[in-house]
Design a protein around this ligand. Structure first.
Ligand SMILES: [Zn+2]
Length: 104
């Protein structure tokens, strides 16, 4: 009888000590779909000249400009050419208005 009780004790202890499976935290799970959703929102073409954009192309991903408007939940994409033109337009506009040039 004594022997059996001891054996039972040992067994229950072992069962308790079974290691848990490691699972990702809730935060990690919630983080993933958000990033994927934003990435999927990136257009497949330039917003100005409709040049196709390939998300798999590292060169394009590195050189194209993504503009995220959080307030209206919109993602715009510009190829380097259109981005340069857009910058030039903004600079010309600022010059015309006299920004940054004159000193008073
Ligand atoms: Zn373009």
């Amino acid at each position: 009888m004594n022997r059996e009780q001891r054996r039972k004790n040992k067994k229950s202890k072992n069962e308790k000590g079974v290691s848990k499976k490691q699972q990702p935290t809730e935060e990690q799970i919630r983080d993933i779909p958000e990033k994927v959703a934003l990435f999927e929102k990136i257009p497949n073409e330039c917003n100005a000249c409709i040049k196709p954009f390939n998300k798999e192309n590292r060169m394009q991903v590195a050189t194209w400009s993504v503009v995220v408007r959080n307030d209206i939940n919109q993602v715009r994409l510009y190829c380097p050419d259109c981005w340069e033109k857009a910058k030039a337009v903004v600079q010309a506009y600022e010059k015309e208005k006299g920004y940054g040039g004159s000193e008073e």
